[in-house]
Design a protein. Structure first.
Length: 270
């Protein structure tokens, strides 16, 4: 289980550029759950993933994974437990290394660097079989530089690398947003297959309302660093994309009312 308690993070505190990115996030994600994170720009979605991955330390709050407190662990140390796929298909890999060499590095996630894995014939055979499961014809191109591949091919391989060692937690940060529609659909299908097969606990950031309603069993909507809605079970299953759009409109309408009320209150003291 992933347990997030009271997560707070402010960037550029005390300056005109201050951003209160996380404002007391409390969230528990059961083992094997596939959770969609939704929110408008600046809502805190990617910041939350960065906090869990260890890209920065929190101002306050705790992060626990299977009862282990990761709050002060470095990003490198967390990498042994946490797999991640970024929005940019060219992030998280070494473009000048071959597919096999990139998998060699992925196999040592959270450990020291080295390519000794690539010399093991048994593991190379395993790699070829697993790459073949992507149905992209890449199993016969393991010596090709990964940077020579298309965005969809590279993102599919990155997904496979991120889950190679079956992480305790998988983080997907809008990992299909930069792809063309056909490649995005293909990668989403692979995502579902891998998560279902490996029973992975997953947090996925998406801007796609269609993806949010179709995937997983829970939607967490963030707004200005707080949880605005937590939809699961029958409520989540009944959702349509337009229902989510309506939720966002409701949040914005309440915000505008709050701003108007604050203006009236200030005016009453003038």
């Amino acid at each position: 289980m992933l347990s997030l308690t009271g997560l707070r993070r402010t960037f550029n505190a005390g300056t005109v550029n201050e951003v209160r990115a996380l404002q007391g996030i409390d969230l528990e994600v059961e083992e094997g759950s596939f959770v969609q994170l939704l929110g408008m720009n600046g809502s805190g979605k990617s910041t939350l993933l960065n906090a869990v991955a260890g890209s920065f330390y929190l101002d306050s709050g705790t992060i626990k994974l299977d009862g282990v407190n990761l709050t002060r662990w470095t990003e490198h140390r967390r990498a042994a437990l946490v797999g991640r796929v970024f929005q940019n298909p060219f992030s998280g890999t070494a473009p000048n290394l071959s597919i096999a060499e990139n998998f060699a590095l992925a196999s040592r996630r959270g450990l020291g660097r080295g390519l000794g894995w690539a010399l093991n014939r048994k593991l190379m055979d395993d790699l070829r079989a697993r790459v073949a499961s992507l149905r992209m014809g890449l199993e016969d191109r393991l010596d090709n530089a990964i940077g020579s591949l298309s965005g969809g091919q590279r993102q599919a391989l990155t997904l496979l690398m991120a889950t190679w060692l079956r992480p305790k937690l998988l983080l997907l940060d809008e990992h299909t947003a930069a792809l063309d529609p056909k490649s995005a659909d293909q990668v989403i299908q692979l995502t579902e297959e891998i998560i279902r097969r490996e029973k992975l606990t997953t947090l996925m950031v998406t801007h796609s309302m269609q993806q949010a309603v179709n995937l997983g069993g829970r939607i967490v909507m963030l707004h200005k660093g707080e949880v605005a809605h937590d939809l699961r079970g029958a409520e989540k299953r009944r959702l349509r994309p337009e229902d989510l759009v309506d939720r966002f409109h409701e949040i914005r309408a309440r915000e505008l009312l709050d701003e108007r009320a604050a203006e009236l209150l200030r005016a009453s003291y003038v």
